[in-house]
Design a protein around this ligand. Sequence first.
Ligand code: ADP
Ligand code: MG
Length: 465
Amino acid sequence: MGIPGEVNAPSLSAQAVWRRCLEVIQRNLGSNPAPIRTFLGAVQPISLQEGVLTLRVPSQFFYEYIEEHFSVLIVRTLRRLLGPKARLEYQVMTAAEATPMRLPSQELPPPTVFPGIRTVQTFPTNLNPKYSFENFIEGDCNRIARSAGMTVAQRPGQTAFNPLFIYGEVGQGKTHLAHAIGNYARLLHPDKVILYLTSERFTQEYTEAVRNKKISGFLQRLQSVDLLIVDDIQFLVGKPSTQDMFFHVFNDLHQKGRQIVITADAYPSELRGMEERIISRFSWGLAAPLHPPDYETRLAILRFKLRQEGIEIPEEILSYIAEHVQSHVRDLEGVVIQLLAETSIRRRELSLSLAQDIVSRFKPLRTRAITLEAILKAVSNYFKIHIDELTGKSRRKEVAYARHIAVFLARKHTRSALKALGEYFGGRDHSTILHSCQWVSEMLPVNQELSRHVQDLERILLRTA
Ligand code: ADP
Ligand code: MG
């Protein structure tokens, strides 16, 4: 090997050195090499001069990903092979050198010109035209989110609301608002590239890109987006490698001043199992709530929906429904649909007693929640461990394992605070509870047995709730 302090080994080529680096990386990776291979496979070692290995990477994105994940291993290997002064450099391919993007078809709007890059919407926006601001009724419960949404649609990437983070329980209008933002932005800025994705779809496309070695295309598409809308981000919980990818996409777009809109079922810091660094990014912009609709808004929504269906309804009946269906906008819609069915299909007369009948049969979504008691009972049955033991002091391995899972499920599916959970689980402090949650989320992707247990239990809980 080289004399310390000096760089030698002129006989080694860039290719040979890079091959050794790859071997070392592979050896150090073990369990989940697929995404990594995808990234490193796109790297070309282009020169080795005076101890500097230069890697050509397809984009800034690859550079950041490789720098963050592998640079330590690579540099260590270089130093071992070439001496302590060996270094790593990157050459990031510019847009001009990259594979040209597909040419726009005739129907598409003219391409926007960004510094050095031509962009055009060559893929579907996934927007549903049925959701607009016009049919998103304004009320106290949604005023901030709605007006912030309009603002970012008017001036994507140019306000402090980046990202715009919209949060609220199920059925409160997150998806509606997300599409409305996209549709409005599209109307105002036909030249901008807009993409709506649920986080499940993001996960699926990413996984497929990795499997089919098409990560470059996947990234190229995301990087060309001016307005990215990701719905239900909470479903990235428990998917560390997708979260990681999302983090990079987010940074890349944010850095370029593109607009990002996120929806979730909870406030950023309440997104359990989401990486800390992602949560902190979410707090950069505006977090706007969608609260359950207040009485006035419920009334306005009912009026609007009924008018759309062409039904005239006496005020007395309207206010009866608005008063008694309090949980979600989706429930209000459910009542409207049933009213429609009863009056038009069954030809029943529209009366207060019909409305009372429907409302009394109506089971609001919220009652179908998973409770702490249900979780304990399910875990106890599943592992044949008594509830007292689960909430007690036992440190027996089987008990501790089941308890970790119970705590994890409780944290994920109930709205209990750490402190409350600690008390519930035999007076443990909140760091113990947090530790259980972290242990399970970290082990889930790598431990198949654990993953099966958690999935089984969730299935049981959802069935019985
Ligand atoms: P979430 O994504 O939060 O679960 P959705 O966006 O799917 O909720 O909303 C549920 C239903 O309620 C949708 O049909 C939506 O159009 C309707 N809705 C929600 N909020 C409003 C609103 N403010 N005005 C009119 N309709 C609404
Ligand atoms: Mg939704």
